[in-house]
Design a protein around this ligand. Structure first.
Ligand code: PEP
Length: 260
């Protein structure tokens, strides 16, 4: 059964102690109702994973990483492996975030290796897909997303898809304050479901958790999270404030049904 997921992507923000404080504040403001009805995930920078893990211990809030390198170990200066993330308590790893694709030139093939390594290591990948503004304006966005999904999920069986989360994150909506309308997001989530059904089967598509990311905040969360096919959110800016993040978590918990 699909469960809602609200994930905070802290990006390259907050030092060690500020990360600890934010994690503690979020857990203090999060109640049983929220934890029973959805998965809540914090993705701090690498250096704060350990302290955040400690701060959320036994709360039910989960820990995730923003990236990994797909090799097991070796001479890869500056990189972090899946087993390192697992050992510090990570259950999820974000792959293919648009900032990694654009700033660090990650290709669909790179993203695929990361997604596979995440699954192989017993964690859940959050595979981010989404179009740029030009791709939307040129009306080629569905093709772009289909390619990101097809190549990003290459070699992953229907059985393994049970642990995969897809995040639809239109690049033009990330950190810009310009969110996709609920209709735009619903339509792409439906399209992603169709692609997954074609790649796998109806059941895999129905069970797939597809979350939306792109300027979700306290003002638009209810409208976006109530829309058809939206199983949760990946939140950047608003996840850095305990009040805003927990407000969105509570909003999600109050939305009864997940509709596809
Ligand atoms: C993100 O980076 O995943 C994101 C959705 O950022 P923001 O909420 O700030 O747009």
């Amino acid at each position: 059964m699909r469960r809602k997921l609200i994930a905070g992507n802290w990006k390259m923000n907050l030092g060690y102690r500020d990360s600890e404080k934010l994690a503690k504040d979020i857990s203090a403001k999060t109640g049983k109702k929220e934890l029973d009805s959805l998965d809540i995930l914090l993705c701090p920078p690498y250096v704060s994973l350990g302290i955040v893990n400690k701060a959320i211990k036994d709360t039910g809030i989960k820990l995730g990483a923003q990236n990994l390198f797909f090799e097991n170990d070796g001479a890869y200066t500056g990189e972090i492996s899946a087993s390192m993330l697992k050992s510090v308590g990570c259950e999820y790893v974000i792959s293919g975030h648009s900032e990694r694709r654009t700033i660090f030139h990650e290709t669909n093939a790179d993203v695929n290796k990361k997604v596979r390594k995440t699954i192989e290591s017993g964690m859940k990948p959050i595979l981010c897909v989404g179009e740029s503004l030009i791709e939307r304006e040129d009306d080629i966005f569905e093709g772009i997303i289909e390619k990101q999904l097809t190549e990003g999920l290459e070699g992953i069986t229907a059985e393994l898809m049970k642990g995969v989360v897809i995040a639809y994150e239109p690049v033009w909506a990330i950190g810009t304050g310009l969110n996709a309308t609920p209709e735009q997001a619903s339509s792409v989530h439906g399209f992603i479901g169709n692609v997954i059904q074609n790649l796998y089967d109806k059941n895999t598509a129905e069970e797939l958790v597809i979350i939306y990311g792109g300027s979700v905040n306290t003002k638009n969360a209810e409208e976006i999270l109530s829309a058809c096919g939206i199983d949760g959110a990946l939140i950047g800016g608003a996840s850095l404030k305990a009040d805003d993040f927990t407000y969105i978590v509570k909003t999600a918990a109050n939305i009864k049904q997940l509709v596809k």
